[in-house]
Design a protein around this ligand. Sequence first.
Ligand code: SF4
Length: 382
Amino acid sequence: MIKLHSNKNIITSSSDAPLILKITKKYDLPKILRSKRALLVDSVTDINAYDGFDMVISRNKLDSKVHNVAYLSDDLNYLDEGDIVRVTPNSSDIRVLYRVNASANFLFVTERCNSFCIMCSQPPRDVNDGHLVEELIEAVSLIDIGERELGITGGEPTLLGDRFFALLQAIKSNLPTTSIHVLTNGRTFADPLLAKQISEIDHYDLMLGIPLYSDVSHIHDFVVQADGAFDETIRGILNLKRHSQKVEIRVVLHKQTYDRLPQLAEFIGRNLQFVDHVALMGLEITGFTRANLEELWIDPLEYMDKLSEAVEILARFKIHTSIYNLQRCLLPRHLWGIAVKSISDWKNKYYEECDNCAEKHNCGGFFASSDIKRSDNIAAIK
Ligand code: SF4
């Protein structure tokens, strides 16, 4: 597991304000290009070479006489050319906002949310965190052109209102070939004006990933702990499609959702056949899921029949469907073709059973949080 954050760094800085910096190892970078760059070095030696860089990040011993140096904790030793970090000197804090070599980069824009899902992996907090999106807009301007895709997540990103759209616009302007995948509960798009506003960004490849947990409104509302959420989500999806936006439906599979999976698939097929993708997703044991584990956990093997039936129904409606976060040895072979290695590299792991598995290279493995709970039926495939 890769850590994206550490407050065990030692930082000497003339300013306490957080800095958004792009890592470079190029000593000879022209001075005019050194602003907003942190020079990554093995150890601090030639002070003259650092002139013009906003900071020096050293993997090794800190020379305390030199200002604007961050002595990197071991957790972040993997940082490399092109990565983007937020350095907060007064709390010794470095947070990785973007990694060039990541399997997926998600921009975390807010902790606030208008739902309170029982299995939320990022429990919402009602905090004033508007600075996050401003920092990310700055970070986007530093990412190299060519990035394949950026995700946007929270909290509920659309609660940022105009600043959410400003972030989308910044990505479009700075990274015109980069796809965008927004994770949203879709409820705010019940307002047709908001759906229109996102269509006016006119992005060539922007997908809205929206959870739908049941064909029955009160079950969905229970899962997201918000009355009326089902109606708002459905109206949101319809409004987005009315404006030709790409929509992915995301279904997290657990004790409260597995039983009506076939009915949900039928509902999607009959009423929302025009969606672009359906992702059927295994549970991540983090955030609220840990607190509600009793109410949520079911061994995936127990819902395989329902999952197979749902996939068959979605296929009948010709809806592009994928399975995320589920281990190959739990899936019947006819579902292997739609099982995706979906777990971000920084929180992905495998267990001992996997060492001799013939399918390990095709299997997405586990969330690191599966140490707490995972299927009893994991077994190497011969
Ligand atoms: S044994 Fe491990 S690698 Fe093999 S399919 Fe199961 S989880 Fe995946």
